[in-house]
Design a protein around this ligand. Sequence first.
Ligand SMILES: *[C@@H]1O[C@H](CO)[C@@H](O)[C@H](O)[C@H]1NC(C)=O
Ligand SMILES: *[C@@H]1O[C@H](CO)[C@@H](O)[C@H](O)[C@H]1NC(C)=O
Ligand SMILES: *[C@@H]1O[C@H](CO)[C@@H](O)[C@H](O)[C@H]1NC(C)=O
Ligand SMILES: *[C@@H]1O[C@H](CO)[C@@H](O)[C@H](O)[C@H]1NC(C)=O
Ligand SMILES: *[C@@H]1O[C@H](CO)[C@@H](O)[C@H](O)[C@H]1NC(C)=O
Length: 467
Amino acid sequence: MERLVVVLMAAAVLLSSTVVKAALPPDNVSVQWNLLLNGLICNVTGYHDPIIIQTGMNLAQWHGLLALKQTGGCTKPEAVIAYASREILANYFPQQQDRVLDPFLAAKLVALKLSKSEKKLAKRLGEAVARRLLSKREIAYEFALDELRDAINARQANPTPGLIRFLPNDPVFGPDAFFVTHNIALQQPYVIPDPVKYVEEHLGDLKPMKVPSDEWDVQYDFLKDIGRIDWPGRTYDMNYTASLYLCGRANTTYCLIIGSFWTVATINILPANTTLYDIVETFAKVSVALHDALIVVAQQKDGYWFWRPQMAYEAGDARHQPWPTWTPYGRVIFTGEYPSGTTMSYGAAATVLQSYFGKKKVPFTVDGGGVFEGTSCYLAGTKVKSRRFESPWAAVEEAKLGRMYVGSHYKFSVDDGAEAGRRVAEYVLKHWGDRPASGVLPDSEYLNVYAELPKKSGDWNPLQYRY
Ligand SMILES: *[C@@H]1O[C@H](CO)[C@@H](O)[C@H](O)[C@H]1NC(C)=O
Ligand SMILES: *[C@@H]1O[C@H](CO)[C@@H](O)[C@H](O)[C@H]1NC(C)=O
Ligand SMILES: *[C@@H]1O[C@H](CO)[C@@H](O)[C@H](O)[C@H]1NC(C)=O
Ligand SMILES: *[C@@H]1O[C@H](CO)[C@@H](O)[C@H](O)[C@H]1NC(C)=O
Ligand SMILES: *[C@@H]1O[C@H](CO)[C@@H](O)[C@H](O)[C@H]1NC(C)=O
């Protein structure tokens, strides 16, 4: 079996030799800091969600350019960007400051051949915008876990078809498996004003169905084979596509399924003559759309608490017998199923990139490199190929298939996720640069967290701050 896979892989690699050329120049300052961040994220684990860091850095670059334009200062924009980026990364990767960040910055400054006064001004502007950004971030409420644990435990005694059942002491994620999305749900967005209201006012038509129902039967039937590990019809291509949206990556700086993918996509889709300002603003918009989409989707996941395929097939419902041996192709994180966070992120980033080109279809390549890895990755050790996409949305379509072939999501959840991501991005683009309200509430740490799970499938009971 192993050998067969290797042979097939070799054939696949030979076939995929038509690759569109990388577009932005590799010496570009914004490109370089984004690639450095990718490398840091791959090598250094255990910090904040990478999208939070990526967004902070790209916004700091953009703020730096605006500040320079306004002050009319005599220094180089590349230097302001470099100082701003270094300041953000030093905040999130303090241990990397001496070994990686400062030498990297120093090398860039030498290459820019700055005068003393240019250097001083660049440092002042870059560091000031970065610190201001960092100081305005509210961290998520740190005691939320208690409220959530109580809410989840209270519902456990009473499993309901269509809702997640907590599986205590999950062998991989442990007792805290659920708490991944909850902390994200409570983070502060950049452009979306209030994520709970946003869901109610802009995404209210997207929600899971009741179980049992005819709509549910359709979803049940659609996924029961393609998501299952032992379906005799599974092809190698299905396995490979699933692995793209399941497995980690080793020996590459493109290790993340979402953040790194869109960083590389942005670099490769923008034409070589894109102005520095446009490069920086596009990176900032892509990151902010990813960031805010992640918070919105975490709210939806918690607020709907819809069950994952494995739970649904194992448990059965009024119209389906339990299917205790139903096993998904890939290990699934036990968080709310609806909607897919991957397709939501992809829909958001793709919409921003497409907006740069209007209606024109622009193909791009995302470099392969490295190998799949991970304990639940059946193709661990297989090389990751470069992939060509005919348009940003083509990547969203691939992500939809990938998450279904993993057995992680139903079809309506990948479709609705992509649509919700598209709407979040359009909102972000429409309100880009609006003056933010300062708000009437104190910091999140002085507020209560309200957590209660929905009573039945299709109900909406989001996690939120209350005063
Ligand atoms: C990219 O950045 C480099 C310096 O880092 C700069 O010289 C060049 O002009 C930038 N290119 C574009 C297209 O903005
Ligand atoms: C990440 O690790 C690789 C291999 O150990 C190394 O070559 C690379 O420079 C590291 N990147 C960063 C940003 O530390
Ligand atoms: C797909 O992956 C499963 C799980 O590793 C394996 O049993 C099956 O043989 C694979 N199918 C093909 C065609 O490679
Ligand atoms: C990564 O590369 C190193 C050095 O080339 C090699 O020893 C290691 O086995 C590789 N890891 C994987 C998972 O392929
Ligand atoms: C980049 O080049 C293309 C043609 O090669 C041209 O149409 C476009 O206007 C140029 N853009 C900029 C910002 O110079």
